[in-house]
Design a protein around this ligand. Sequence first.
Ligand SMILES: Nc1ncnc2c1ncn2[C@@H]1O[C@H](COP(=O)(O)OP(=O)(O)OP(=O)(O)O)[C@@H](O)[C@H]1O
Ligand SMILES: O=P(O)(O)O[C@H]1[C@H](O)[C@H](O)[C@H](OP(=O)(O)O)[C@@H](OP(=O)(O)O)[C@@H]1O
Ligand SMILES: [Mg+2]
Length: 331
Amino acid sequence: MLTHTQIPRLMSLRRVGFCLSDKKRKRMNLDAFANFCALHGVEVVMIDLTQPLALQGPFNVIVHKMSDIIVEAEHNRQSQQLLANFQSYVSAHPSTVLLDPLPAMTQLLDRFATYRIMSKLENSLQDWRICSPPYLEIHNESDLVSKQTLMAQSLSFPLLCKTRVAHGSLSHEMSLIFSADSFADVHPPCVLQSFINHGAVLHKVFVIGDKHFCVERPSLKNFPSGPCDRKTIFFNSHQVSKPESSSNLTALDEQMPCLPPPSSQAIEALVKELRAQLGMALLGVDVIINSHTHTLTIIDINIFPGYEGVPEFFSSLLSLIQSVLDQQTSG
Ligand SMILES: Nc1ncnc2c1ncn2[C@@H]1O[C@H](COP(=O)(O)OP(=O)(O)OP(=O)(O)O)[C@@H](O)[C@H]1O
Ligand SMILES: O=P(O)(O)O[C@H]1[C@H](O)[C@H](O)[C@H](OP(=O)(O)O)[C@@H](OP(=O)(O)O)[C@@H]1O
Ligand SMILES: [Mg+2]
């Protein structure tokens, strides 16, 4: 005898599991999205990783941001268990499509891997004059570099120092370093990346499957190029580039002509190349326009970002899910 909970499950051919932290669920208003999907015949199920996934399935698709748990699983046994639950369900259900695949997501958790991808993009997008800032991987104290090494890697002060771990609360704590005298403020493992003046305007490119949306955000102001005797500035990126961010770090010290926005064709080419290289559908790419050369410069790639400022997020996410479901039906 089928229980009342089983009948809908058997009848619903389009079940999408969501595996997100409570914070992320609230940020994206997942309950409202579930209602929106129900109107289109798609059932959204909030997955509870502390319970057996087999009893919560089956799922045609799972939309997730396991990055938080993968980062925590490095040092937390409970997170290791949650990750193991997720991975064993996925292994036992190969027809369930993940948005996005775990291996692709995992590489973006590491700024060393992410910045190698950004450097590779520079080669494949030369025609569009898209680049990424010079950077150096600092694995340990002995990597801490002399000026010669910096120059050899064509790094230039100021430098941004960012943790190797690219996601999670600690990953947004970073610093702006103005000379080699401040290398005591560098704590490996981290990256040192040349700071590029860009007129305090960040362009967030939000990717949802084959759609993408560009959103302007506040950003770090311009600083004089070259080493100078100035104390390291410590900041959290969420104080700098959220829509409401406004501080002495984001207000230009002197007015300058507005920079042209990124060419939509160049952004189109960037998104196409990035999706081909990563095989991911839910991405954020941060780009800036170099104040001096007007070159489009990639400074960051994010897993499943917040999509704040994208009014079409719900409809775009649903059409991505529906395209996956349609592919499954057509076989
Ligand atoms: N190389 C750079 N040159 C100039 N400004 C930069 C550079 N890298 C980062 N920034 C500034 O610092 C902010 C945060 O940098 P980044 O995006 O790498 O940090 P994050 O914590 O990964 O951010 P997100 O919120 O996107 O995850 C950017 O929005 C931009 O304002
Ligand atoms: O996993 P984390 O917390 O690092 O993910 C962040 C992500 O790195 C970006 O900071 C997102 O901001 P936007 O790029 O502006 O979308 C964050 O989204 P938010 O809605 O939580 O601010 C992610 O949490
Ligand atoms: Mg960023």
